[in-house]
Ligand binder design. Structure first.
Ligand code: PMP
Length: 301
């Protein structure tokens, strides 16, 4: 049996009952966070990666969306650790905090009802393919003045799911969004980077992206371990096609090379040297294998 945290206690995750009338369910009035913990077999230890940063982002999302999280970052951190201990996790695991409007009344309103907080775990592999072939979506990324993608709103994932669905139905693995202005934004559930003549570029926050925590870690790896600065700059679609390397970053997906975009082969169609090096370093960092980054890893046992 797997446990989850629901409102104020740990319960069997199958026993949860949310009414079909629930406002969060009906209108997507919620926000989510996505955290990962990595098993280090040599140390027999589970490391939760950048737990505090994820929980702070969760709090910021709640504030922006008027879905205030009913627990402090410290309390959420404690709940997360307790949940992993209860579930006796000894493998890589995804952790999903969610907070949504708890009321069952009809109107789509953000005020007045209690905010239902839950945390659950998931052991399945998110994206088993080592390389991705992607397309530019016909769906435009939601703008900051529509449903702010910076705040991980549940409702924003309809936009992501439509883009992913279209991509998969058309024979691609994933989709890349453009903004309403036509700049490259992000993938359905990941940020995007390109490598071009030794430079690494990624779209800025103003191009309707989530400020990914993996994106931040990658910028740090590039700066501190590879002496390459990251340039935050709006990118045109064609700059993707002409890049030497393209990769996605995200908690669930990790560092994932993109080898084809709209049927154009990127570089030589294999993982590029910069992407490979980042991937190797990132995989060591998250498992607590690089002492300089050990502070990012909260150990469980
Ligand atoms: N963009 C979107 C829309 C996402 O859902 C995610 C996954 N959380 C990301 C980017 C990557 O963010 P992070 O590295 O913090 O997981």
């Amino acid at each position: 049996m797997a446990y989850m945290f629901d409102i104020d206690r740990f319960v069997d995750e199958r026993s949860l009952s949310v009414s079909v009338k629930n406002k969060g369910l009906n209108y997507g009035l919620g926000c989510i966070e996505g955290i990962r913990a990595f098993w280090n077999d040599r140390e027999k230890q589970l490391f939760i990666f950048r737990l505090e940063e994820h929980l702070k982002r969760f709090h910021d999302s709640g504030k922006s969306l008027f879905i205030n999280i009913p627990f402090s970052v410290e309390q959420l951190s404690h709940i997360t650790k307790q949940l992993l201990l209860l579930n006796q996790v000894t493998q890589d695991v995804y952790i999903r905090p969610i907070c949504f409007k708890g009321s069952n009344t009809l109107r789509p309103k953000l005020n007045g009802s209690f905010n239902h907080l839950a945390v659950y775990t998931d052991l399945s592999e998110y994206e088993p393919k080592p390389f991705l072939k992607v397309c530019i979506s016909s769906w435009t990324r939601i703008g900051s003045n529509m449903i702010p993608p910076q705040a991980k709103p549940s409702a924003g994932y309809m936009n992501s799911a439509l883009a992913n669905n279209e991509a998969v139905m058309d024979g691609y693995d994933e989709a890349v969004f453009l903004t309403k202005e036509g700049n490259v934004s992000e993938a359905a559930t990941a940020n995007i980077f390109i490598v071009r003549r030794g430079e690494v570029l990624t779209p800025p926050m103003s191009d309707d992206i989530l400020a990914g925590i993996t994106r931040g870690t990658v910028a740090q790896i590039l700066h501190e371990e590879m002496d390459i600065p990251v340039i935050e700059q709006s990118l045109a679609r064609v700059e993707l096609y002409e890049a030497d390397e393209v990769f996605f970053t995200g908690t669930a997906i990790g560092i994932k090379p993109v080898v084809e975009i709209d049927r154009r082969v990127i570089g030589d169609g294999q993982i590029g040297p910069v992407t490979l090096k980042i991937q190797q370093i990132y995989n060591q960092i998250v498992r607590g294998e690089m002492p300089a980054y050990r502070d990012y890893c909260t150990s469980l046992y």
